[in-house]
Design a protein around this ligand. Structure first.
Ligand code: ZN
Length: 453
């Protein structure tokens, strides 16, 4: 199906291109899902045939659609629990609840989480799903189907855990998969759903969960599978001091050294968190081209610490932003992570540690780099996909801030006037257009109630 042509005009535009070009009043022309013109002032005459939908962007700021680099959408159905716990305590409390999850719960949680992400300006998201209880149904197929319904660009990570408590891991034995079964299912997920084409709406990655829930063999063989099939690799690393102590006790090295030993540093890998990284780890992550998903709100919620984002950026690491799983970050709004990233960077490194424009870059180009989609996503430029967020910044919360990018990042999350994914509207006037919001509410609440009891 051909998407209609759309002309957005009269808005401020932050392109986030190489030169950081911004227009006080500019235009963006979209055809067949791609950006075909962008610039200051009104668009030049549109000559050739076919209707053009004109969007009056007065009072708005256009940015690239935000890219969420780390999430666990299923956790939407288990929010608000383990409120004072650190990561290991939180996981230990939640694992048994997650053990009850079924495909319809996953679909409900994914729908709600994606709808909420769309309303916060997100056009592309990952989802790291690593809980596959026996007999639960096809959870991965359920989430891919739900993402198609909501209409966001989707990078589901087929996660896995095979290191149960009896083998020295953290999860209970009944929640882990057999190593070979996990690898087979991961290969099948890639075969079934991963689309390598430039305008792909679904692209799969491979993701054993963490050093304390995945065996060395699973990590090594999953990396080999990803490289054989040309997909990316994702896992948690260096999130907490407990994880570091676990790695030192179990493997005699830091989490980053462990990852490198297993083939898990490289330009096809992006890691979640990286809170506890020493100078050597930052250097190796940079040298290998490994990306990093920074999740400042989740790290704060679990009291895990503040990732050294300034050091990572200075070293040249591709850094994206992530909301992280909804059960450790109940707010789940990607736009709020721009402000949170800026604030925690400054708590760690002072008021010059991160600028508003750097925060916007993390959430757009940085994320696109983590997902290996820098050529198609992350900036408003001719030849890139028309994934665009149009923020309303003329209301009470923002109108008097002269710099619209500062309004977006320093201010409260503004309403999304229009969200385009490949030129298709997913949000208009602050409402979802693809799915019924109330239906998402009802299904998610039903799933949450079922899992809690
Ligand atoms: Zn996570």
């Amino acid at each position: 199906m051909r998407a209609e042509r759309i002309l957005v005009e009269g808005c401020a535009v932050a392109t986030v291109d190489d030169d950081g070009r911004e227009y006080e009043r500019g235009h963006i022309l979209i055809a067949d899902g791609w950006i075909v013109a962008v610039g200051p002032g009104p668009a030049a005459l549109i000559e050739d045939g076919g209707p053009v939908r004109r969007v009056d962007g007065t009072g708005c700021l256009a940015t690239p659609g935000l890219v969420n680099t780390h999430h666990h959408l299923y956790q939407w159905a288990t929010r608000g629990l383990a409120q004072q716990a650190d990561l290991f305590g939180w996981l230990t409390e939640l694992y048994p609840i997650w053990g009850r999850i079924r495909a319809d719960d996953v679909a409900a949680a994914v729908g709600a989480g994606l709808g909420w992400l769309a309303l916060s300006g997100c056009t592309t998201t990952t989802d790291h799903h690593y809980v596959f209880p026996p007999g639960a149904g096809d959870l991965f197929a359920a989430e891919v189907a739900e993402a198609g319904r909501v209409g966001l660009r989707f990078h589901p990570v087929r996660g896995s855990m095979d290191l149960g408590a009896s083998a020295g891991g953290l999860p209970p034995d009944h929640l882990v998969e057999d190593t070979d079964a996990a690898l087979t299912a991961t290969a099948e997920a890639i075969r079934m759903f991963s689309d390598p084409s430039p305008d792909a709406m679904v692209r799969v990655a491979v993701g054993p969960c963490s050093p304390f829930s995945a065996s060395e063999r699973l990590m090594r063989e999953a990396a080999a599978l990803a490289r054989d099939t040309g997909v990316r690799l994702h896992t948690h690393l260096a999130e907490t001091v407990d994880e570091e102590a676990y790695c030192r006790a179990t493997h005699g090295c830091t989490p980053a050294e462990y990852a490198e030993r297993l083939g898990w540093l490289g330009d096809d890998v992006w890691l979640a968190h990286g809170v506890h990284l020493d100078g050597d780890a930052v250097k190796r992550i940079a040298e290998t081209g490994t990306g990093l998903a920074h999740c400042p709100s989740s790290n704060a919620r679990l009291g895990a610490g503040i990732a050294p984002v300034r050091d990572l950026l200075d070293a040249g690491v591709p850094v994206g932003l992530g909301v992280d799983g909804a059960a450790s970050q109940e707010a789940g709004q990607l736009v709020a992570e721009l402000r949170q990233a800026l604030l925690v960077a400054r708590l760690r490194g002072g008021p010059t540690a991160l600028t508003a424009r750097e925060a916007l870059t993390l959430a757009t180009r940085g994320g696109a780099r983590c997902l290996g989609r820098e050529d198609e996503l992350g900036s408003i430029e001719v030849g890139k996909l028309a994934d665009i967020a149009l923020w309303r910044v003329d209301g009470l919360g923002h109108a008097d801030i002269g710099d619209p990018v500062a309004a977006l990042v320093f201010g409260a999350p503004p309403p999304v006037e229009l969200l385009l994914v490949g030129g298709r509207p997913v949000v208009e006037g602050g409402r979802l257009t693809t799915v019924d919001e109330q239906e998402l509410v009802v299904r998610a609440r039903r799933a949450a109630e079922r899992l809690r009891t």
